[in-house]
Design a protein around this ligand. Sequence first.
Ligand SMILES: Cc1cc2nc3c(=O)[nH]c(=O)nc-3n(C[C@H](O)[C@H](O)[C@H](O)COP(=O)(O)OP(=O)(O)OC[C@H]3O[C@@H](n4cnc5c(N)ncnc54)[C@H](O)[C@@H]3O)c2cc1C
Length: 309
Amino acid sequence: MTLNASQEISLLRETKYETRRPTVPAMEEILYEPIPLLDHGFIRVIDYMGDDSAVVQAARVSYGKGTKQINEDKGLINYLLRHFHTTPFEMCEIKFHLKMPIFVARQWLRHRTASVNEYSARYSILDREFYVPEPDQLAIQSKTNRQGRAETLNPFQAHEVLQILKEDATKAYDHYQQFLNQDMDGQVIDPEKPGIARELARINLPVNYYTQMYWKINLHNWMHFLRLRADEHAQYEIRVYAQAMLDVFQRWVPFTYQAFCDYRLNSMNLSAKALQAIKLMLKGETVTAETVGMSPGEWREFQGVLAAS
Ligand SMILES: Cc1cc2nc3c(=O)[nH]c(=O)nc-3n(C[C@H](O)[C@H](O)[C@H](O)COP(=O)(O)OP(=O)(O)OC[C@H]3O[C@@H](n4cnc5c(N)ncnc54)[C@H](O)[C@@H]3O)c2cc1C
């Protein structure tokens, strides 16, 4: 974070507005403040609209705040989420400023139901900031999950990988500057040479370089995003962002957050076969994958769920 950026954030945080709209004190506390993630990344809340009452208000199509008793509101939110009555959650919106490695952004941007504006490396020059994993995140390929990691590398191997990562990223940035013909302070490096267009100079940069975006999403779509990306199957580097967002979620709409944890994040859908297996188990029968016609993979996942609960 540059000095200028920190000063701008301080100034924003000092400025207060009077409003008739509901605000959430716990969100006001963190508004604009970057929450650091990975080695150079962050999330920061730029704005939000609505609160738990806005969900209730929309569900009841009420004139006022929509609030009855707190317990009734909580119960209604639980009911809505449990029964996939999702439109009331679309009434709340949240806007973030995000900074993440490009490979994380590639996964992030698969979520099509948000509004995005990304930093333009055609227009501006990217900083010399690239992601280097912590040694305990350097792991070998998992044998059971093709999209996963297994044991961490030993310190010697980890050191070697980190060295290569740093060398490659540094070299790529040196060449980027050479293409631009511009140093870190914006000074021309070689007056005899032209600078290549920024949109072309950037193309040799690896995907561990950082990018930034503004990202706005409604509460319903955000829950879908968090369900997928805070899950243990999501890649670690995007998961840390989603997990930091869970803390923001809890501050903003605590009733909805609790319902989300109960009915989405920590829940699972049972297939008809899984349900049949459970019914048989409750009767005391021995059940195998064959008994209920599950594939080995399905059976493994089912066993995993039973073991976890
Ligand atoms: C663990 C994990 C592994 C993954 N692996 C891969 C991979 O190997 N390769 C890969 O390409 N992707 C992969 N993905 C990305 C994944 O396939 C989805 O693209 C991503 O999670 C976004 O999900 P979504 O489409 O539901 O979200 P959003 O784009 O936010 O959409 C939300 C919902 O809106 C609806 N919707 C939005 N657009 C459309 C549309 N055009 N048509 C119909 N319905 C629509 C759907 O109901 C959708 O679920 C992976 C994701 C995860 C979490």
